[in-house]
Design a protein around this ligand. Sequence first.
Ligand SMILES: Cc1cc2nc3c(=O)[nH]c(=O)nc-3n(C[C@H](O)[C@H](O)[C@H](O)COP(=O)(O)OP(=O)(O)OC[C@H]3O[C@@H](n4cnc5c(N)ncnc54)[C@H](O)[C@@H]3O)c2cc1C
Ligand code: SF4
Length: 303
Amino acid sequence: MFACIFWQGRFVFEMASKKEELKWFQGSKYVKSDPMGLYQKILEQIQNEKNKNVLVIGLPCQIAGVKRVIAEKYQKKLLTIDLICHGTPAPAMLENFLRQYSIRMEDVKDIRFRGKGNKKPDYLAGAEEIKIVPAGVGDCYTRLFMEGVTYTENCYKCPYAKRERVSDVTVGDSWGSQLKSEAGNGISLILCNTEQGIKMVERAGLTLREVDIENAIAHNGQLNKPVEYSKKRDLFMAAIKKGMPFNRAVARCFPKIYIKYALKRIYIKMPFDPFHKNPKLGGENHLVRHPNMGISFQIQIWK
Ligand SMILES: Cc1cc2nc3c(=O)[nH]c(=O)nc-3n(C[C@H](O)[C@H](O)[C@H](O)COP(=O)(O)OP(=O)(O)OC[C@H]3O[C@@H](n4cnc5c(N)ncnc54)[C@H](O)[C@@H]3O)c2cc1C
Ligand code: SF4
């Protein structure tokens, strides 16, 4: 299997052939990953391992690239999984953001862009966690990613943001899921696009529920069309190009977002919760804070 990992400050593709190695690949990286050398490595693997299939996981544009390059006669041995994709910022954008906190990518052991309350993986046992923002407060990088501001220009015209997919299987988040009782655990949306894809998912031993495909598509923008280009993106990019630090550019171009996060940082540090009244205490403000107000999209860094 080939997929993207974070390795020595870069988001690159590596090969895994053992189950134990899969943990290295876990987690969405909200950055454009670098498929350099990937096509050649896949080809070599297909040619050398005559009795084995090769699975490639990547962004839709990367899977389309793989399929274009690998000759027709080898395609039967190629299995592909693509992600539903909003868009991706260039790695330089992330570097700009982290520079404000004196963090250099080459010093980072691991980086996570969203958490589901996951335990720290064992390979990070001795690593130190660097807190960029307190738990419960979003960071500006993730927010602007979600807002669709920071992607490279081609993402706003992405030809793969539609229901017809390039791969055997597509995975994404099941926004607007009808499986309400499971929603708190996080539900994935899996689309089987080919016969190979159906077989692959059936063999995977997952807990599967059929969902209404029209509802899934209606709730997942990038199964319909690319993210819209906004004029504010031009302003933001111009500020970044001039060398303005990331958060200062956010304050200038998206003052509401910046102020909201600044206020949240103050709020979260308060020794009492000024907005929460406890009836048991006669309606007085009580000493409970809300360290995690349901936010799971936040950068976590280990050095
Ligand atoms: C940039 C980006 C944008 C996304 N946008 C959407 C969206 O709009 N709607 C939606 O429903 N889902 C989106 N997703 C998919 C979603 O975040 C999850 O990755 C997906 O639901 C699978 O989750 P998982 O926990 O099962 O797998 P994960 O543990 O998240 O990982 C699945 C695989 O994705 C690979 N991967 C992660 N990041 C990258 C990357 N940058 N480049 C190449 N491969 C990568 C990993 O190597 C791994 O093999 C996006 C993911 C990314 C990376
Ligand atoms: S939006 Fe399209 S072009 Fe941009 S990274 Fe995703 S798949 Fe590639």
